[in-house]
Write a new protein. Structure first.
Length: 214
């Protein structure tokens, strides 16, 4: 059989095209076309990101060398504006962290602290803490939830020791870099120009009858 006479299904089997339902062929054609477009868009975004970083870093070096003007924070973050302020570009770097074994020590210490709390607030705190340490699908605690505990001003020795254990458990395993571009509206507020497909508004879709996901 020639390529036009059969298709390979998801299990690797050769299926004669004449035996495939028309609706499946239509679905295949649509998904294939959209996937090819998505691949091109992804490549374009990757090229744009590389270009944007190169241009921002080049400008930073020019400012430093020619004008003795230091731009960028301690982590290398930078914010640049058009002269009229209608647009701004942010280059940001963020550490990606996870928790080591000390997190279990922190959990135990917090449990001991909660055991020592005899007021009604103890039950409320226990429920809240349990939600903070609830494991996700990958069996890891949510970073933001755990780090939020560090902002609580509780002076009980067990709590203080638990917070020290959390700090000791933090492991930086990667660093993510971002380029974000913002447009200023008439009220002076900046809004990110969406480069995330889920956040791009649907400009025109005559047959779109459901609400797109945010």
């Amino acid at each position: 059989m020639t390529e036009e006479m059969y298709r390979i299904d998801r299990d690797g089997n050769k299926i004669a095209t004449k035996n495939i339902r028309p609706q499946e062929l239509l679905e295949d054609q649509l998904v294939q076309a959209l996937a090819e477009q998505a691949e091109k868009l992804s490549l374009t975004l990757a090229e744009y990101k590389a270009h944007a970083f190169t241009e921002v870093l080049t400008l930073r070096d020019v400012l430093r060398e020619n004008y003795q003007a230091k731009r960028g924070g301690k982590k290398g973050n930078m914010t640049l504006y058009t002269f009229d302020g209608s647009y701004k570009v942010e280059m940001a770097h963020a550490d990606r962290i996870e928790f080591g074994p000390d997190l279990e020590v922190a959990r135990a210490l917090i449990g001991e602290y909660l055991d020592s709390v005899t007021t009604g607030a103890g039950d409320e705190l226990r429920t809240l803490i349990s939600s903070v340490f609830r494991m996700g699908e990958d069996r890891s605690a949510k970073v933001g939830d755990v780090l939020s505990l560090l902002r609580w001003d509780i002076q009980h020795p067990k709590w203080v020791d638990a917070m020290a254990a959390i700090r000791n458990s933090i492991r930086v395993y990667d660093r993510a870099s971002y380029i974000r571009v913002y447009r200023r509206d008439d009220a002076g507020a900046y809004h990110a120009i969406p480069l995330d497909l889920a956040k791009v508004p649907v400009a025109s879709a005559t047959h779109y009858t459901t609400t797109p996901e945010a």
